[in-house]
Design a protein around this ligand. Structure first.
Ligand code: UDP
Ligand code: MN
Length: 789
């Protein structure tokens, strides 16, 4: 009775709405269930069968194929995670360089850093738990990854040898003949290599039962590959074009609008979707700290220990040790990457890790991530270059551990050479077609390798860099970074990241998965054709320890006919550290400064003055610093017929502010209201007239007051002035202008003991030096244009 009372009138209507909603919800849930079952069932089954078929066909290591079957389980777990997209600290828009905490303004090579104390815990968004197929993209906020379905197709033959023709199952492949290294390339004499091939140790390592023990894996590649493709698609022709003739596909390099994406590059050949091989698809211990790239937490009772051990690596070494060396990490690639095609017959790569006193757990995790997530047939070898580490665990224990992986080789340098020469030593030993350099505290993400190799394959002068993601130094979580970031620099050659503007992205129709051309690379992680690396002369072996080498190789690549790209479908996590955990044999600052000066001298042409003018004038004094011999580097630049730095600025990095002088034009005296004139080697005054070349001066970055090759030279003893041939290395030619608040408009002779300023005689009939007087308008000067304050 009571119920029927409520079902009268409007009550009846409400009840109807309620019942309808419940029914609707039930239908909806059933439909969702069906679609999930379908995804995991029919579709999944079909995929697994396809993979098995493929595995049979190409006879690859079946254990790898098995991993694909597990993908759906793993992605099921991973898709539940909502990863906060974290923008590296300090990046706010185009051309903004994030600050460097290492060493004031001298650091040139730094990766994105996260703000201290930033909350990087991976968050689970409960709202998204049941909406597995929903993808919210966009550069900010929550991002849920689409389920990744591995699509494997006949992979390429990984075999390579000294001959041009190789046989696979009776069919022929044509490959670049091996030339390592070319005759005229020598690694520096003083790079001493030990003869011991430690990787050959056959001692079997017992895997302990701790989290860090890796699962037993076989990395065996069988080269029996059935080739069904058209033979012509396999031909890889070595490019012999001179750098000047290089056709840069897909870029309008001539017009200066270079930094659009490189899209329309094509090469004949069969294609397949990027392989999602990942041995960690089914983690051994889903509850292990840091599993799936989640933030790990230090238990209360270990806080002290974790703090104490921080300086072993300048990140949370304690936590890193708790995290499995083969942990799973989230697939952070843009969803379009799963659909991207790469060529079947890609070149092989040697992965080179240089390290000095690297933390055990991170070194291992780096190596495991490569072994676990690289198609075995493309991974020729992993070369570990020990740059004369001092830690015991990096000697016999490391040899023993790595001996279980036939592909891993260890090279030991007898003395400390720094990362630049260590990389050269690794490259000299490498046998893969492509060199892939990685830092020794990274984690390669799923599908990281093929997209890099594909770019190099498309054009051997393309140098491909993965997106560098962040392994948080405090909680070791794997954090994805914003898209559309490219490597840039600001004066004085300070590396940073800059995000393309929305406007630029829209106008150029740039997709999130498109390769981005990049003025400079961060330096630590990239793939480069081995022969091309040698053609470029590798790195300047005169660079010491660390710093500046990323600028050197970047300028060299661009100016000598190559390209640098960031490949969004290739992602590698890196621990960004606040300090270098290793010692610099010489002073750190001096080492980096010296490296930069070498780079500036060889590559920057007239622009090097801008570098020196940003706090590095002291580097011009040969008594203070010896930057070493540059003959070979200059000869190399000539031999390669590299373009000018002006070309680089105009075509590769037009956003760079690079005026060649601080100020220029007429030099107007406020007292006389006349302008400075230089005629027949002497200075005088005249009525200001912009059309007269004799009145045109410039105030250079190294503070010279110059007209063409003549510089105004203060005679501090007699108070007079002369004209001298300009010479950037001579401090007595320098003038201070706009540097002192009270004497901003004055021109102060830099080397004068008591402050002497340039002064015009009252009628404009003389010019001399006088003790500086803040208020005297005869000591105040203005240039027509100022380009920098
Ligand atoms: N490295 C080296 N010798 C050195 C300095 C660095 O082998 O003298 C290695 C280091 O272990 C690391 C890589 O070079 O794997 C890059 O150095 P780091 O990570 O310190 O550079 P960052 O990432 O801070 O720029
Ligand atoms: Mn590093």
């Amino acid at each position: 009775m009571k119920v029927s009372k409520y079902l009268r009138g409007s009550g009846r209507f409400l009840a109807f709405i309620f019942a309808a909603s419940v029914l609707w919800l039930l239908f909806d849930m059933a439909a969702l269930r069906l679609s999930i079952t379908d995804a995991n069932g029919e579709h999944g089954k079909e995929r697994v069968l396809k993979d098995r078929e493929l595995a049979k066909k190409i006879d690859l290591n079946p254990s790898n194929m098995k991993q694909d079957v597990e993908t759906s389980k793993r992605s099921e777990m991973l898709k539940r995670l909502a990863y906060k997209r974290k923008k590296p600290d300090g990046i706010h828009g185009e051309n903004e360089v994030f600050p460097n905490s290492k060493n004031g303004n001298i650091v040139t090579r730094t990766f994105p850093k996260l703000a201290a104390g930033s909350d990087l815990k991976v968050q689970v968004d409960t709202k998204l738990l049941n909406t597995s197929n929903k993808v919210s993209s966009g550069s900010k906020g929550v991002n849920v990854k689409k389920e990744v379905l591995p699509q494997t197709k006949a992979p390429s033959a990984g075999q390579q040898g000294k001959d041009i023709k190789l046989e696979f199952n009776g069919k022929k492949d044509y490959r670049i003949p091996q030339q390592i290294p070319p005759q005229d390339f020598q690694i520096p004499q003083d790079v001493a290599l030990s003869n011991k091939s430690d990787h050959m140790l056959k001692k079997q390592v017992k895997s302990d039962s701790s989290n860090n023990a890796p699962p037993k894996q076989e990395h065996v590649v069988q080269q029996k590959i059935v080739l069904s493709e058209n033979k012509s698609s396999l031909v890889r022709v070595k490019t012999t074009a001179k750098p000047a003739q290089l056709h840069l596909n897909g870029s309008n390099i001539q017009t200066g609008k270079l930094l659009n994406s490189t899209k329309s590059v094509t090469k004949q050949g069969a294609l397949h979707k990027v392989m999602n091989l990942d041995v960690t698809l089914k983690p051994r211990d889903v509850n292990a700290p840091g599993q799936f790239g989640w933030a790990a937490e230090v238990p209360q009772y270990s806080l002290e220990e974790s703090r104490r051990r921080w300086s072993e690596g300048y990140f949370n070494v304690f936590l890193s040790e708790q995290i499995p060396v083969d942990r799973a990490i989230p697939d952070t690639r843009p969803s379009a990457c799963a659909e991207k095609l790469v060529h079947d017959y890609l070149p092989t790569t040697s992965v080179i890790f240089c390290f000095v006193d690297e933390v055990w757990s991170t070194l291992l995790r780096s190596v495991h991530s490569v072994l676990n997530r690289s198609p075995p047939h493309l991974l020729k070898e992993i070369i570990l270059v020990d740059d004369c580490s001092t830690k015991d665990y990096l000697k016999d224990k490391l040899d023993a551990y790595m001996s279980q992986f036939p592909k891993v080789r260890i090279i030991r340098l007898k003395e400390r050479h720094g990362l630049i020469r260590a990389r050269l030593a690794g490259a000299a030993e490498a046998k893969g077609d492509v060199l892939t350099f990685l830092d020794s505290h990274i984690e390669c993400n799923v599908g990281w390798l093929e997209p890099l190799l594909d770019r190099v394959y498309l054009d051997r002068r393309k140098v491909a860099c993965p997106v560098i993601e962040v392994i948080n130094d405090k909680d070791m979580s794997y954090v994805m970074v914003d898209n559309f970031q490219r490597g840039i620099f600001k004066w004085p050659l300070v590396f940073g990241w800059s995000t393309l503007t929305d406007d630029f992205i829209r106008k150029n129709h740039i997709k999130v998965s498109d390769p981005l051309r990049c003025p400079v690379m961060a330096g630590g992680l990239f793939s480069i054709d081995r022969n091309y690396f040698y053609e470029l002369g590798g790195y300047d072996p005169g660079l010491d320890v660390w710093g500046g080498e990323n600028m050197e190789i970047s300028f060299k690549i661009w100016m000598c006919g190559g390209e640098i790209e960031i490949i969004p479908c290739s992602r590698v996590g890196h621990i960004f550290r606040g300090e270098n955990p290793y010692k610099f044999p010489k002073d750190r600052q001096k080492t980096v400064e010296r490296n930069l000066a070498r780079v500036a001298e060889v590559w920057l042409d007239e622009y090097k003055e801008i570098f020196y003018g940003h706090g590095y004038l002291h580097l011009l004094n040969k008594n203070v610093i010896d930057i070493g011999d540059l003959t070979e580097q200059n000869q190399l630049r000539q031999k390669l017929q590299c373009k000018s730095f002006k070309w680089y600025v105009e075509n590769v990095y037009p956003e760079l502010e690079a005026p060649l002088a601080k100020a220029e034009g007429l030099v107007f005296n406020l007292g006389t209201r006349k302008c400075l004139v230089q005629e027949k080697g002497s200075l005088s005054f005249g009525m200001c007239d912009l059309s007269k070349q004799s009145q045109h001066f410039s105030y250079s970055w190294v503070r010279l007051l110059r007209q063409n090759a003549s510089c105004v030279s203060p005679q501090v003893t007699g108070g007079g002035l002369t004209l001298e041939p300009c010479d950037n290395t001579k401090p007595h030619l320098r003038w201070l202008h706009k540097t002192n608040k009270l004497l901003a408009e004055h021109l102060i002779a830099e080397t004068s003991f008591q402050r002497l300023c340039l002064e015009a005689g009252p009628n404009g009939n003389s010019i001399h030096l006088k003790a500086c007087d803040e208020s005297s308008s005869y000591q105040k000067w203005q240039f027509t244009h100022y380009y920098s304050q």
